[in-house]
Design a protein around this ligand. Structure first.
Ligand code: MN3
Length: 199
C-alpha cells in the first residue's frame, strides 16, 4: 500500500485570478507528484511500509530526512488543496468562528496574525492554524515540516495551511508574497477547515 497523488476537486484554472492555472498545474502535477513518489521510494526499503502518515510523523525525528521532507511534502500539499475552493464561503462560521474569536479576539486579528506568520517565515515553509487542546494557535514551519511531527515547535491538529515556498506563488506574484497571502484568503474553503476542528 503506497501513497497516491490526490485528484484535485477543481480544475487548475478554478482558483483564477487568485492562484493562476500554470502555478496550480506545476505545483500539483510536478511538485506534489515528486514528493509523493519520493516518499514511496523512501518507504520501500524501510520497516514503515503500510504505516499511516501520522504514525510516521510521530517518530520522524528518528527517521531518515527523506521521510521527513517527502512525507511532509505529501501531507502538507494534500491539506493545502483541501482547504482551497473557488469562491469559497466568505468566512468561518459557527463553532470554528467562536474558536477563532476566543483564541485571537476577532477574525480580523486572526487574519493579521496568520498573514504575519506567513509573510515572516524566512525562506521556504508553511504557516498554520493549529488546534492545540481547547485553543487555536498560529505558527509557521520551515521546509516541509508540520505540526503533526514530533520535531514541531508547536504540535497539534493542522486546520488550515498556506504554502509559502516560492513555487506556490512566484509565477504570478514574484517577490510579492503578501499579495499571494491576501489572494489565498479569497479562496479558503472554510467548511473544510471547520471539519478538522475536534470537539
Ligand atoms: Mn508546494
Amino acid at each position: 500500500m503506497s501513497f497516491t497523488l490526490p485528484t484535485l476537486q477543481y480544475d487548475y484554472k478554478a482558483l483564477e485570478p487568485y492562484i493562476d492555472a500554470q502555478t496550480m498545474e506545476i505545483h500539483h502535477s510536478k511538485h506534489h507528484a515528486a514528493y509523493t513518489n519520493n516518499l514511496n521510494a523512501a518507504l520501500e526499503n524501510s520497516d514503515l511500509k503500510g504505516k499511516s502518515i501520522e504514525e510516521i510523523f510521530s517518530k520522524v525525528s528518528q527517521l531518515a530526512p527523506a521521510l521527513r521532507n517527502n512525507g511532509g511534502g505529501y501531507y502538507n500539499h494534500n491539506l493545502y488543496w483541501d482547504v482551497l475552493i473557488p469562491g469559497g464561503p466568505a468566512g468561518p462560521q459557527g463553532k470554528l468562528l467562536e474558536s477563532i474569536n476566543g483564541s485571537f479576539g476577532s477574525f480580523d486579528l486572526f487574519k493579521e496574525a496568520f498573514t504575519k506568520a506567513a509573510v515572516t517565515r524566512f525562506g521556504s515553509g508553511w504557516a498554520w492554524l493549529i488546534q492545540k487542546g481547547d485553543s487555536l494557535v498560529i505558527n509557521s514551519t520551515p521546509n516541509q515540516d508540520n505540526p503533526l511531527m514530533d520535531i514541531a515547535e508547536i504540535q497539534g491538529i493542522p486546520l488550515l495551511t498556506i504554502d509559502v515556498w516560492e513555487h506556490a506563488y512566484y509565477l504570478k506574484y514574484q517577490n510579492r508574497r503578501p499579495e499571494y497571502i491576501e489572494a489565498f484568503f479569497k479562496v479558503i474553503n472554510w467548511n473544510e477547515v471547520a471539519k478538522r476542528l475536534k470537539a
